[in-house]
Design a protein around this ligand. Structure first.
Ligand code: SF4
Ligand code: SF4
Length: 75
């Protein structure tokens, strides 16, 4: 039986991310949420809420206009 894919990490590049939250909204597994803290540019960036639920579908990466999010699959 095939095992569900799991993520080892989700990396959000705080230099390139502009907090548009396309990734947060497109994720079918509700893995990301909006940070409570504003960054030094005035943006509320996404943060990982539930890494365990990530199924490494890469939708967040495909929809990010700024190539600012990367999902690393578990070995
Ligand atoms: S890879 Fe898929 S499941 Fe994981 S955070 Fe991105 S959109 Fe959500
Ligand atoms: S889609 Fe990209 S730029 Fe927009 S919030 Fe997500 S990581 Fe940041």
């Amino acid at each position: 039986m095939a095992m569900a894919k799991k993520a080892r990490a989700i990396i959000i590049d705080s230099e390139f991310c502009k907090g548009c939250h396309l990734c947060t909204h497109i994720c079918p597994h509700d893995v990301l949420e909006t940070s409570d803290e504003v960054d030094n540019r005035g943006f509320y960036l996404p943060v990982v809420k539930d890494l365990e639920s990530c199924r490494v579908c890469h939708l967040c990466e495909m929809h990010c206009p700024d190539f600012a999010i990367a999902v690393v699959e578990e070995e």
